[in-house]
Design a protein around this ligand. Structure first.
Ligand code: TNX
Length: 520
């Protein structure tokens, strides 16, 4: 243990100073044993394949999607290697990386893949392009950490030999980012999408509206962003996505097999909307903009018909921007809405969402209303509400605040974050099983797991990095890998090996002393 402590001390200043970035070779070569999330099955062999300057990426078959995954892989490997890595359809030669689809191979599932590293090259096979893409993310983790530096470094680019057969436990592997309390621009979110993809997360839930800010342009209600988009917590600068920017973000995510899930929070958490349009309030008077961090004080006017015309416009525009199946309607902490009104409201909004061809997702409180079986409740606090959703035949996404809230402090003295659900160590975020988390919510009712990062206490990339990393990796593993056979002792060693990789990517992660971080 003492040795570990010394390594931690070493890792901190290196990470902080960004020195890791220029290091060529890692102290320990990556191995199958260090991949996160843990693959389903792996058979390592002795030896390594060395990726050389003449290597090509062979996209077998005629699917443009396969070639696209190949180009993304080439783009990830070129900066550090300096190799050309042309993407080609011509038959593979020794030394190449081959990607191919095996649509008939049911053992691969919707997102699974088989990766083989042999003396003569690398092959990745999947039933669907998504699986190929996840396979390329595993391949990245099998290459030396310096592959992530973004600028030319010396090889050799050795990849350990062996075979991996992999596929996810849950279809929904998400992260929520609150861009309403503090705004995060397109470039920050793209970077987060890339980091999510490295750990095989496939849903980005954007909390686009709240009391403190409205972050998505709605053409039929322009003041939402002209007025409501200007503010943020603490009086910090606001901001918003134009529809063009938002579309670009969604497309960027889509090419990385990440589905963007937009959330418009209602009937509470709407002060920014009410401040923008006096006619949405019951008394016709706009409230002042809000920049504090209280919750539960605002509500849409449930009895006004205009409220539903407004929501029809907003949901219609948001649905048109969304290729994914879900629109999230918030529904949380509506403490200023009468309970009977709340139920009526949610049921009516459920119809609106459906009319636009989408499924409704909402925080667990929506289970107080009558839910369609295709609606989904996001559990965060109340086992009873999660059970009520399941009793109605709806599915549940698990974001238990004591495990999956990335905005909880690591320790009581940690400078960022909140503590209302307690503190959450790296170990806490990892050590739980979705299937036994909520009594009465069995595995078959669970769509998946989602980490949530609320932004009351962060407004920079550094703050985002420090709260999200490394806990996000543990949650990604909870969502992808079976719980059986895993333990914190084993996981923390794998996590330690990811430290230099995160540092090479420029991620200012929290170097928690719980983890025996590897020296870069
Ligand atoms: C509760 S969790 C909220 C958010 C806050 C968060 C802070 C949930 C559905 N609502 O409004 O930002 O706590 O941790």
């Amino acid at each position: 243990m003492r040795g570990h402590a010394a390594l931690v001390v070493l890792a901190v200043p290196l990470v902080a100073a960004g020195l890791v970035v220029s290091r060529a070779a890692p102290a320990v070569s990556p191995s199958f044993a260090s991949v996160i999330p843990k693959p389903l099955a792996e058979a390592p062999e002795r030896g390594a394949f060395t990726l050389g300057p003449a290597a090509r990426i062979v996209a077998t078959g005629t699917s443009p999607e396969v070639a696209r995954v190949g180009r993304l892989l080439a783009g990830a490997l070129r900066p550090a290697t300096g190799f050309r890595l042309p993407v080609t359809r011509t038959p593979g030669r020794a030394g190449d990386i081959a990607l191919s689809l095996a649509p008939g191979d049911r053992s691969l599932g919707d997102e699974g893949y088989r990766l083989r590293v042999g003396q003569d090259g690398v092959t990745i096979m999947a039933r669907h392009p998504a699986g190929l893409f996840w396979g390329t993310q595993t391949l990245r983790q099998l290459l030396p950490v310096s592959i992530e530096t973004g600028s030319r470094v010396e090889g050799p680019w050795r990849i350990p030999l062996g075979t991996i057969h992999d596929g996810p436990r849950f279809a929904w592997r998400g992260m929520m980012l609150d861009v309403a309390r503090h705004f995060f621009g397109v470039d920050e979110v793209k970077r987060l999408i890339d980091l999510m993809a490295l750990y095989k997360l496939n849903r980005l839930h954007l909390h686009l509206t709240d009391d403190q800010g409205w972050r998505i342009a709605i053409r039929s209600w322009p003041r939402l962003t002209q007025v409501g988009g200007r503010t943020a917590v603490n009086g910090d600068p606001g901001g918003f996505y134009s529809q063009r920017q938002y579309r670009a973000l969604v497309a960027y995510a889509q090419t990385r097999f990440v589905e963007v899930v937009p959330e418009i929070d209602m009937p509470g958490h709407v002060n920014a909307a009410l401040a923008s349009y006096a006619r949405l309030t019951c008394n016709g008077k706009s409230p002042a903009p809000y920049t504090g961090i209280d919750v539960g004080f605002s509500s849409l006017c449930i009895d006004k018909e205009l409220t539903y015309r407004f929501l029809d416009d907003v949901i219609g525009e948001v649905a048109a921007l969304t290729p994914g199946r879900y629109v999230h309607i918030g529904g949380d902490e509506a403490h200023s809405t009468d309970p009977a009104d709340y139920r009526r409201f949610v049921e009516r909004v459920q119809q609106i969402v459906r009319a636009y061809g989408k499924r409704m997702l909402g925080w667990e409180e929506i289970a107080r209303a009558r839910l369609r079986r295709t609606s989904v409740a996001q559990h965060w606090q109340s086992p009873e509400l999660a059970r009520r959703a399941v009793e109605q035949g709806a599915k549940v996404v698990l974001s238990p605040a004591t495990k999956a809230y990335l905005d909880m402090k690591y320790t009581p003295s940690y400078p960022l974050g909140l503590v209302w659900a307690g503190t959450t160590s790296v170990r806490d975020a990892y050590e739980w099983d979705p299937a036994t988390q909520v009594d009465g919510v069995p595995e078959q009712s669970i769509l998946g797991v989602e980490a949530a990062l609320w932004s009351e206490t962060i407004d920079t990339r550094a703050g985002l990095d420090a709260l999200a990393f490394p806990r996000l990796l543990g949650l990604a593993e909870r969502a992808w890998s079976p719980a059986a056979g895993r333990s914190w002792r084993e996981y923390r060693t794998r996590l330690a090996a990811q430290g230099p990789r995160l540092a090479a990517l420029g991620v200012a992660f929290h170097p928690s002393p719980e983890v025996p971080w590897q020296e870069p």
